[in-house]
Design a protein around this ligand. Structure first.
Ligand SMILES: Nc1ncnc2c1ncn2[C@@H]1O[C@H](COP(=O)(O)OP(=O)(O)O)[C@@H](O)[C@H]1O
Ligand SMILES: [Mg+2]
Length: 381
């Protein structure tokens, strides 16, 4: 029995007792996760969003299931633990109740949302940066394109990185051009570049910092800007639009969630991501409030690393907490990050690797979720 450094430092931070930590064999790792982190698993931290359409719907596709689902831990077990009440549970409860950074307020406009009922729109979101939103947005778009769906990938993140993850269909071009949505006046259809997977990629484009505030001011005062651009495009019935966003509250997130049928939340299996989940849920709720074409949020746990006990445990706890809202997990795989050096994503770079298989599983589950979206939006119309 030994406590790892990860666990020691987490205990130190949150006032737990390392002596109570036990290493478990693979067989009882699910049970062990809950026992080792009773304050995580027993708490009601994440103030998770209300039951969505997905919860009520039958499971349409099983998520990548390398690790068995965690065994249910009776409430009494966590209540009976010796852990300090001033520990992680309190911290999590506080975080869940903490005021979320104010969503960007929208001026009230008496304009109608253009009809986007022919599209299935996915906003890829997180409250923290660097979790893999852009990477997953691009590779899932590619996977859906390869599955024969018409896919448009829109970069709403000023980092302007999404287009770097695609190989252009034009064999003469090595990289995608980065003319993008910040250049006003050009129809998006013409601006988009086709990837080798058949994804129409709409880059963000570069904007110097003097002009950025003016552009964002325009978005704040024109809440239907994205909806209008999408409605003007010539996109087939049932096409999928994947929108990459910057982390946290922003005018970009508000635009994306104002049209989304589905929010795909990307999270790491670490304490910081775990504790930020309530914030992202509150942002989603704030930006989609009252819109019946929004079918709910699905979650992907990214960069899962089973060689790290804490990472493995938090993955288990998130599985239990999210239930059917978990779309899938993507393991940490060097090929996923290396692919970018070749201006492509992992599907083209390492099609036999674990990362690629995880992405394909998530894409499969996403197609199942989109079927639910279709039912929800049909009811709403
Ligand atoms: N599953 C993964 N395995 C290994 N590296 C990953 C994985 N997912 C993302 N990364 C790497 O993490 C970093 C951040 O990813 P990125 O997509 O830019 O995050 P975000 O868009 O959320 O800021 C990048 O270097 C990317 O290559
Ligand atoms: Mg990004």
């Amino acid at each position: 029995m030994s406590a790892s450094n990860d666990i020691r430092s987490l205990f130190k931070q949150f006032g737990g007792q390392p002596e109570q930590y036990q290493e478990f064999t693979r067989d009882d790792s699910a049970r062990g996760s809950n026992v080792r982190w009773p304050l995580l698993s027993g708490s009601k931290p994440a103030a998770m969003p209300p039951v969505s359409a997905f919860e009520a719907a039958p499971a349409v596709a099983a998520p990548a299931a390398e690790v068995p689902a965690p065994a249910a831990v009776p409430q009494a077990q966590s209540e009976a633990s010796d852990w300090s009440p001033a520990g992680l549970r309190n911290l999590l409860a506080k975080l869940a109740d903490a005021p979320v950074p104010a969503p960007v307020s929208a001026p009230v406009v008496a304009q109608e949302l253009p009809d986007l009922g022919h599209l299935r729109i996915i906003a890829v979101v997180s409250s923290k940066g660097g979790v893999g939103k852009t990477t997953l947005a691009a590779s899932l778009a590619s996977a859906l394109g390869r599955a024969g769906r018409q896919v448009v990938a829109v970069d709403l993140d000023p980092q302007n990185a999404l287009h770097h993850h695609f190989q252009p269909a034009d064999t003469q071009a090595n990289v995608m051009e980065d003319a993008g949505i910040v250049q006003a006046g050009q129809p998006w259809q013409e601006m988009g570049r086709l990837s080798e997977d058949g994804v129409l990629v709409i880059a963000h484009g570069m904007l110097d910092e003097q002009r950025r505030p003016e552009f964002e001011h325009g978005l704040q005062h024109d809440p239907l800007w994205l909806a209008r651009h999408l409605a003007e495009m010539d996109i087939a019935e049932g096409a999928i639009v994947v929108i990459d966003t910057p982390p946290g509250p922003s005018v970009y997130l508000r635009q994306a969630l104002s049209v989304a049928n589905l929010a795909m939340v990307v999270s790491l299996a670490d304490p910081a991501s775990y504790t930020s989940l309530p914030q992202v849920d509150k942002l989603i709720a704030a930006y989609t409030q009252g819109r019946d074409t929004f079918a709910g949020a699905s979650y992907v746990i990214n960069q899962v690393d089973h060689s790290r006990q804490l990472n493995k445990d938090i993955t288990q706890i998130l599985r239990g907490l999210l239930g059917k809202r978990l779309l899938g997990i993507v393991h940490r795989d060097q090929s996923i990050s290396e692919a970018l050096a070749y201006n492509r994503n992992v599907l083209g770079y390492d099609p036999n690797g674990r990362g690629c298989h995880d992405i394909l599983d998530c894409a499969q589950a996403l197609i199942g979720r989109l079927a639910v979206v279709t039912a929800v939006t049909a009811d709403a119309q």
